[in-house]
Design a binder for this molecule. Sequence first.
Ligand code: PHE
Length: 438
Amino acid sequence: MNRARLGLPFARPCIRRRISALANGRPSYLEILGDRYPTDSITNLTPAILAKVPLRLHTRPSHPLNTLRGLIESHYSDFTHLSSLSPLVSPYKNFDELSFPQDHPGRAVTDSYYVNKDLMLRTHTSAHEVEVFRRGEDKWLLTADVYRRDEIDGSHYPIFHQMEGARIFAADATGMREVAEDNARLRHRLAQAPIVIEDVPHLAPTNPPQATHDPAYAALVAENLKLSLNSLMLTLFGGQAGVGGGAPLRVRWIEAYFPFTSPSFEVEVFFRGKWLEILGSGVVRQATLDTANVPNKIGWAFGLGLERIAMILYSIPDIRLFWSTDERFISQFTDKEITTFQPYSKYPSCFKDVSFWTAQGLDLHENDFCDVVRDVAGDLVEDVKKIDSFVHPKTNRTSLCYRINYRSMDRSLSNEEANDIQAQVVSRLEEQFGVEIR
Ligand code: PHE
């Protein structure tokens, strides 16, 4: 937990002055998607993030994320498709409605973006489960931008896109007949397809069915979840152009844990010698369905990351490229077509190190460091690594050293420009966190 944001007292007066200057510098409100929201002591949304909220890449014609959404929507053509829900949600909706414990790390200001204590940017599309089930939808897909504070590298970006899919059935003999018929249909499709599946039991003792579920119903639903997603993997990655490249597609199921599903699973796909995590899923917790006012239903949900899949299908090497406005990127793509990305150039990178003592009594979380860099450098930062960390035995102060890799995706970055950005990063660290450069 970052103490600066919680306004806790510090030992050294000069630091206290700096921190309160920061609080005074905080705007009294933020304008997001046309509305104004008051800030408070936990506000941690940066201008760099705010600027990207309206962009909604998953709805831009010919953008790879939009094409991928379309492909998944056509696979689930008889589902309701939603893609315009606001990213602003209450922490209650993002966490509590989904049975997240009070002390779950995802709630921390170091991990999530807060407008104020009552409003945040959703961290996952599951935040809308209760709302959509409550509308009476029983098979639906929802695509949205989601936000998480994280490290900086080629596969992490603080904004990414997820697709949530869910299907619920009447928890009675009629509903289960429907599941069994669908299972038979899907099993038939998969039996003839070039796909090799490594599975785990639907209901393992370590990944139990819910106490309120009839075990036979839970098993049928878990089987439907797996068959349905195996079939989606085949649509996405199967065939000649897919990751199988002639060899059968390999998919594996792994036991997982999510507070809002049980049993829970992750799906991985084998690609270029590595297993890549594609999605999380499970049998929806009955508490979610009870809250949504559909207590007599039973069903499954999954959530997948669109960037991860698009990077594989399009051979896009860096997650920042999805945000590029460079013609050489955008003009490569046609609506509804998956093509291989042609890299136009890889410009040289510029490494800059910064070493400093943190202020006494103030933990500088890596995500706070990264947000400062992101806010100053925008998409010119490719990668940030902590290369050294130690505590001084006498003063008990922490020394940190980070290596920042600056590289533009569109042009050559001069050393002077990188130095200039680095100098701004350094002064922001001094002002905002009271660090002492070594
Ligand atoms: N919301 C989960 C995540 O972001 C994924 C998930 C969705 C898991 C639905 C289970 C069911 O990691």
